[in-house]
Ligand binder design. Structure first.
Ligand code: MN
Length: 273
């Protein structure tokens, strides 16, 4: 069994039993937005050009980006997240981002793209309102997946071993996750992510930026560092919010599936299309 771990974890660049170090650990805060987005499959070159609709053709959908469903009831995560806080977070903040994004992309070529490509194109073309609203839409829908009501779960064997070898132990991982989130100034997102060759990383991104943007990293787990996520229930206590997230709600089953997608070279979770 150990040989299987060695093989699988070595492929991810995670330290082996002999103590090889991981590149990601040495370079925790690599700058983002350095790379040009991958060329779109459609080959469309001028994505910012508005698509003209032929006369007499019905206007295309007014909501090109769907509202991702909340995969649990509003009160399912109490007491970590009260019904009231979840209501404001999902019904007001999240839907607000989707609505603003739809207003920005409707009737344009962006409306035809998957959300991930809208994020990449908006970043590349420095369209900040579109980047913020598209990224916040993606991050929140991913965050809903990372929340698991009704009990504590643990990472599966491969992810547990990867965490142990990268951070020392689960307790060390937990301490580092909380420390990184508390140290982050302002709004953002706190991620456990995996690079296909450089292993696991805990990193926080500024404001709305998703961890995968121009980084090649695949997110396994995220926690929302924006005050709207925790202020109603936790006030200023971001550390309490992060510890509570890990102890009461982190969806390790989902995180394990994300890691499996990296290992199997499958597409990881994508926003509903
Ligand atoms: Mn939020």
């Amino acid at each position: 069994m150990l040989a299987t771990y060695e093989c699988v974890l070595a492929r991810l660049g995670i330290p082996t039993a002999k103590g090889k170090t991981s590149g990601e650990i040495m370079n925790q805060d690599a700058p983002l937005l350095q790379e040009k987005p991958t060329k779109l499959k459609s080959g469309r070159s001028d994505i910012s050009r508005t698509v003209r609709r032929p006369a007499g053709v019905e206007a295309c959908e007014t909501e090109p980006v769907k509202v991702a469903e909340l995969p649990f009831a509003l009160d399912a995560l109490e007491p970590l997240i009260s019904r009231e806080a979840m209501h404001f977070h999902y019904d007001k903040h999240f839907k607000g981002y989707v609505n603003k994004l739809n207003a920005l992309v409707v009737g344009s070529a962006y409306a035809e793209l998957p959300l991930e490509d809208i994020v990449r194109q908006a970043a590349w073309k420095r369209k900040r309102p579109m980047l913020v609203n598209a990224s916040q839409t993606w991050n929140h829908a991913f965050f809903w997946q990372c929340l698991q009501p009704g009990g504590v779960m643990e990472p599966d064997v491969i992810l547990s071993e990867a965490i142990r070898r990268t951070f020392g132990s689960y307790a060390d991982f937990e301490a580092k996750f909380v420390e990184k989130g508390v140290a982050h100034v302002g709004s953002g997102w706190l991620w456990l992510a995996c690079h296909p060759e450089r292993g696991l990383i805990i990193t926080a991104t500024e404001d709305a930026i998703p961890v995968w943007l121009a980084s090649g990293r695949v997110p396994l787990l995220v926690c929302d560092l924006w005050e709207h996520a925790y202020y109603l229930d936790w006030r200023h206590d971001r550390a309490g919010w992060l510890k509570g997230f890990l102890a009461q709600a982190a969806n390790w089953n989902f995180a394990g599936e994300q890691l499996a997608s990296v290992l199997d070279r499958r597409e990881p979770w994508t926003y509903c299309r």
